[in-house]
Design a protein around this ligand. Structure first.
Ligand SMILES: [Fe+2]
Ligand SMILES: [Fe+2]
Length: 209
């Protein structure tokens, strides 16, 4: 049987047990990054709230939120080595996209560790850094939760996003968050991966069409 049907087969007790395992695993994985671990828990809580508001599976939201920064445990050298080993291709020197490698790397590694999770969870983990023109509701929820969880600073941009939760569509809220992330990359004069620009243009064109 395909594992993508597995979610339907998990009982509520099995889901609870799996979340317990995920919490223990992420605590171990990020044991040297306590602030990152706390952030992961806040992203999970925020993702669950967004899932309730926007009608997305809360279990998937919590699992993806807890695990999204799993690969933040690795050094730059380890990330580059793993990206090469997994054959990740960004169409440019991998060192240029170092800050966004941890999403796809975590997705690649976690698939083997948690075959019982819905593949949509791994997509959301991958896309929290790289996005894509076909973001699912779960993908958008994790992306947004990562950017506005309560530990993030109260900048005017983030406060505006927090105020819009539930007042606008999930896609509109995602575009707010996504545009904010891009603005940050531009303001800090970092490398902006062209794939992000393509995705941004896709959503803007869809909106104005
Ligand atoms: Fe991240
Ligand atoms: Fe994060």
């Amino acid at each position: 049987m395909q594992r993508d049907r597995a979610k339907m087969e998990l009982t509520s007790d099995e889901r609870d047990a799996l979340l317990g395992r995920i919490e223990a695993d992420i605590a171990r994985q990020l044991k040297d990054r306590p602030r990152r671990l706390e952030h992961s828990h806040r992203v999970a809580e925020t993702a669950v709230k967004l899932a309730q508001i926007y009608g997305v599976d809360e279990f998937d939201a919590r699992a993806a939120g807890l695990l999204h920064d799993h690969a933040k445990a690795y050094s730059s050298e380890e990330l580059l080595g793993k990206a090469r080993a997994f054959g990740l291709d960004f169409g440019c020197d991998l060192a240029l996209v170092l800050p966004i490698l941890h999403g796809p790397i975590a997705a690649c590694e976690l698939k083997g560790i948690y075959p019982e999770l819905d593949p949509a969870v791994f997509d959301a983990i991958e896309r929290h850094t790289v996005a894509c023109p076909a973001m699912s509701s779960l993908d958008m929820i994790i992306y947004i939760a990562d950017g506005l969880e309560p530990g993030r600073p109260s900048t005017p941009r983030i406060e505006r996003q927090r105020a819009l939760i539930g007042a606008i569509s999930l896609e509109e809220l995602f575009l707010e968050s996504f545009a904010g992330s891009i603005a940050y990359v531009l303001e800090t004069k970092r490398f902006l991966w062209p794939g992000i620009v393509e995705t941004y243009n896709h959503y803007v064109q869809k909106r104005t069409r």
